[in-house]
Design a protein around this ligand. Structure first.
Ligand code: PDD
Length: 275
């Protein structure tokens, strides 16, 4: 089923208007939420971030978050989803095209489920990444539908035979194409601070908490490209990629070229959250 505001429709029935502002301007925000064993993972955190993104771009959701929460439970239950994701977006709605906010548009919320496997192979063998200049706008903290910078960078990485992009701005690593980036330096976990230059990933937040539990020191500060190449370990985190070790960057082997011990410890600890 597809949830369109408060309607439950089939895939064929759910339609987007040609003047929907999400379609024409990317004027909207989204979330990707994991479902493990039929349960929505870190739902509160995702809904809180959604609320924050909506406030940041001044979109009023069609109904309160509590109603959305109920609808999402219903969606997962109806689709009998065991392992996968819920994709959810809210646009400013449909109105005659014009850049300014329309006076009377009703926001449009759509949500659906998709069954996907956990990235077990990537988590065990590691992935390769490609460095690219971060030419995106300066509000990367908003989970906006405008993903062109991310899309082009990801495609560039794929064409280089890599699975993920690592963005850098002014010599410093910001985040991944669709993930956050962590390095291990002097046995400390280092990641870009939560700022307008990155999306504060829900997985990132979970990892910081897990590291604290494990007694691994965490430093939230920007690190350089040189730090990345000299790191003891590198990994990316996201709802879809979970904790995926990065073993090469632009064909340069990172440390041993294998998933590092702290990364593996964090992966193991992450399992305790989802089982
Ligand atoms: N992307 N940074 C960017 C640019 C992202 O697109 C994502 C996630 C993250 C990690 O956030 P989280 O841990 O909350 O998933 C960081 C989603 C999965 C996507 O666009 O598919």
């Amino acid at each position: 089923m597809i949830l369109v505001n408060d309607q439950w429709l089939s895939r064929g029935e759910a339609k987007v208007d040609i003047e929907d502002r999400g379609y024409q301007f990317g004027d909207g925000v989204y979330e990707v939420i994991r479902v493990y064993n039929g349960k929505l993972f870190a739902l509160d955190e995702h809904l809180q971030r959604l609320k924050r993104s909506l406030v940041a771009i001044r979109i009023k959701p069609p109904y309160p978050m509590e109603v959305l929460e109920k609808n999402l439970y219903q969606l997962v239950e109806h689709d009998q989803l065991t392992d996968g994701i819920v994709y959810l977006q809210v646009t400013r709605g449909q109105a005659p095209r014009g850049h300014g906010f329309p006076k009377a548009a009703q926001s449009v919320l759509t949500a659906y489920t998709k069954s996907i496997d956990r990235p077990l192979k990537e988590m065990t063998s590691g992935i390769s990444a490609h460095l690219t200049a971060d030419i995106r706008w300066l509000r990367c903290d908003i989970k906006s539908l405008n993903l062109l910078g991310n899309v082009l960078a990801k495609q560039e990485a794929l064409e280089k035979g890599c699975q993920e992009t690592i963005f850098h701005r002014d010599g410093m690593v910001t985040e991944g194409g669709s993930s956050n980036v962590f390095i291990v330096q002097n046995q400390q976990l280092v990641t870009h601070p939560s700022s307008h230059l990155i999306l504060n990933g829900i997985t990132r937040q979970q990892i910081i908490k897990l590291a604290t539990v494990l007694g691994i020191p965490v430093v939230e500060r920007a690190f350089s490209i040189d730090d990345l190449f000299a790191a003891e370990e590198v990994f990316v985190s996201s709802t879809v990629q979970e904790v995926s070790p990065v073993v090469t960057v632009d064909k340069v082997v990172i440390a041993s070229g294998k998933p590092g011990p702290l990364t593996q410890q964090l992966q193991k600890q992450f399992e305790t959250l989802i089982n």
